[in-house]
Design a protein around this ligand. Structure first.
Ligand code: ARG
Length: 456
C-alpha cells in the first residue's frame, strides 16, 4: 500500500520500489521531518483545517514515532519510499483518520526542501564550531611555539625565514574565511519553503509566517516554484565544504612533508599515526594522508550536485532525490576531517632545532641584501642581478654567502659595505619585515593578539 496510489491499478514492481526508495539515506532527516510536521500541524489549527485536539493527537504520535526511531525499533519500509511517507504512514497507522489530515496543504516537494534546510542549518552551525576548534588548535600551537623559526617555502624551495607562528596563522586565516562563507550561506539556507505545495502554493488559508516563526526561519520563500525546484543552498554548502576540504588538505600536506625524515620539523603523536604491516620501523602520517585523500570525494559531491541540477526543467523533478547522499557524505567527511586535524595539531611536537638549522642557510637572506642595495638607491633589477651573481660566485667557490670577505663581495657588488656581512642572521631578517602582514615577530605578535581576542 502506498500513500499516493489512488489512481493506480497495479502495485509497484519490487525492483522499481527499491530503485526509487530513498529511505536508506533520507531517514537521517527524521528529526527535521517531525519538527516540520509539528509546526505545520499547529498552523493547520489556525487555518481551521484541523482542531487543536487533532493537532495534539498528531503531535503526540509524531513524538512517539521519533522516540521509536531513536530507539531503533521503528520499522522503515522501502515500499514507502522516503522518510516523509514512512513517518506519515506510521502516523496514520497510529491515529487513523486524524493522521491522514496532516498532509493538507503540503507536498513532499516543499517538505523535503524544508527538511533539508533545517538539517543544513544545524550542520552549518556544527561545522562552524569545528572550524573554530581547529583554528584554536592552530592558534595555540602558534602561541606556544612563537619563538620557533623555519624556512618559508615557495615552489617547495627554501625562500625566506619565517616564524612558525606566521605559517600556522596563515591557516587560521583560511579557516576564518571558510567560517565566513558558512555564515553567509546560512542566511540563504534559512528561508522557509513550506507552503509552496507541489509548486504553486495552496488554496488553503495557510499561515506561512506562523510556520517560519515556529521553525526559526528568517523569511519566507518569495516564489513557490523556485522554492521547490532549486537546490543552490546544497550547492553553496558543498562548495563551502569543498573549499574547507581543500584547506584541510593543504594543511595535511604540510604536516606530511614536515613529518618526513628529510624535514623532521614535526613529530606527530602516536595516537594520530599508524604503523606499517610490513616494516616494523615505520610510523606513518596516515590520518593526514586520509584528510588529503578524502578531499576528492567532497569535490565529487559538489560536481555531482552541479551536474544533477544543470538540465532540470522547472520545477520539481525526481532527480532531486539524488541531492542527498553526496551532501551527507561531504558533511560527514569534512566534519570528521576537522575533528581529526585539531587534536593532531594540538598533540604534535615541533622540532625547533631542525627548523632553525634549516633556516640558517644565508642564501635565504639574499633578498635582504638586494633590498639593502635598494635602500642605497640601486634600482631593484640591478640589485637583484648583482646579488644573483654573488650567489653564483659563492656556489662556485663552495662557500656560503656569509663566508666571504667584503673585498670579494665588492668585486660583484661595488656599493657593498661592512654592514652587508651582517645581513645573514635569520632572526634579524625576520624582524626587518616589520610591516602590516609581514613576518616580523612584532607583526606576528599583533596577529596573535587579534586571534586571542577573537577565538577566546
Ligand atoms: N524523496 C523525495 C526527494 O528526496 C521527496 C520528494 C518527492 N516528491 C515527489 N513528488 N515524488 O526529493
Amino acid at each position: 500500500m502506498s500513500l499516493w496510489n489512488g489512481r493506480f491499478r497495479s502495485g509497484t514492481d519490487q525492483r522499481a520500489a527499491l530503485y526509487s526508495a530513498s529511505i536508506d539515506f533520507d531517514k537521517r532527516l527524521y528529526k527535521q521531518d517531525i519538527e516540520g510536521s509539528i509546526a505545520h500541524a499547529e498552523m493547520l489549527v489556525e487555518a481551521d483545517v484541523i482542531t487543536s485536539e487533532e493537532a495534539e493527537m498528531i503531535k503526540k504520535s509524531l513524538r512517539d514515532i521519533e522516540t521509536r526511531i531513536e530507539k531503533g525499533v521503528f520499522q522503515f519500509d522501502h515500499q514507502l519510499e522516503d522518510i516523509h511517507m514512512n513517518i506519515e504512514q506510521a502516523l496514520i497507522n497510529d491515529i487513523g483518520e486524524v493522521g491522514a489530515k496532516l498532509h493538507s496543504g503540503r507536498s513532499r516537494n516543499d517538505q523535503i526542501a524544508t527538511d533539508e534546510r533545517l538539517y543544513l542549518r544545524e550542520a552549518n552551525d556544527r561545522l562552524s564550531q569545528s572550524l573554530q576548534d581547529l583554528q584554536t588548535a592552530l592558534f595555540s600551537a602558534a602561541e606556544r611555539f612563537q619563538h620557533l623559526i623555519l624556512p618559508g617555502f615557495t615552489h617547495l624551495q627554501h625562500a625566506q625565514p619565517v616564524p612558525l607562528a606566521h605559517h600556522l596563522l596563515a591557516y587560521v586565516e583560511m579557516f576564518e574565511r571558510d567560517r565566513q562563507r558558512l555564515t553567509d550561506t546560512r542566511q540563504r539556507i534559512n528561508v522557509l519553503p513550506l507552503g509552496s505545495g507541489a509548486l504553486a502554493g495552496s488554496t488553503l488559508p495557510l499561515n506561512r509566517q506562523t510556520v517560519a516563526d515556529k521553525l526559526g526561519f528568517d523569511s519566507l520563500s518569495r516564489n513557490s516554484m523556485d522554492a521547490v525546484s532549486d537546490r543552490d543552498y546544497i550547492i553553496e554548502t558543498l562548495s563551502a565544504l569543498a573549499i574547507i576540504a581543500m584547506h584541510c588538505s593543504r594543511l595535511a600536506e604540510d604536516i606530511i612533508i614536515w613529518a618526513s625524515q628529510e624535514f623532521a620539523f614535526i613529530e606527530l603523536d602516536d595516537a594520530f599515526c599508524t604503523g606499517s604491516s610490513l616494516m616494523p620501523q615505520k610510523k606513518n602520517p596516515d590520518l593526514a594522508e586520509l584528510s588529503r585523500g578524502k578531499t576528492g570525494r567532497v569535490y565529487g559531491a559538489l560536481v555531482g550536485a552541479l551536474t544533477l541540477m544543470k538540465g532540470l526543467p522547472m520545477t520539481y523533478n525526481r532527480d532531486l532525490q539524488e541531492d542527498k547522499e553526496g551532501l551527507f557524505d561531504a558533511l560527514d567527511t569534512v566534519g570528521s576531517t576537522l575533528e581529526i586535524l585539531a587534536p593532531m595539531i594540538s598533540s604534535a611536537r615541533f622540532n625547533g632545532n631542525r627548523m632553525r638549522e634549516a633556516a640558517q642557510d644565508p642564501a635565504l637572506m639574499a633578498t635582504d641584501l638586494a633590498e639593502w642595495l635598494v635602500n642605497r638607491k640601486v634600482p631593484f633589477r640591478e640589485a637583484h642581478r648583482q646579488v644573483g651573481r654573488l650567489v653564483g660566485y659563492c656556489r662556485e667557490k663552495g662557500r656560503p654567502l656569509n663566508r666571504i670577505t667584503l673585498e670579494e663581495m665588492r668585486l660583484i657588488i661595488p656599493s657593498a659595505e661592512e654592514e652587508c656581512l651582517n645581513l645573514f642572521d635569520p632572526q634579524s631578517s625576520i624582524d626587518r619585515r616589520d610591516l602590516p602582514g609581514g613576518a616580523a615577530m612584532s607583526q606576528v605578535q599583533s596577529q596573535l593578539r587579534f586571534w586571542r581576542q577573537k577565538l577566546t
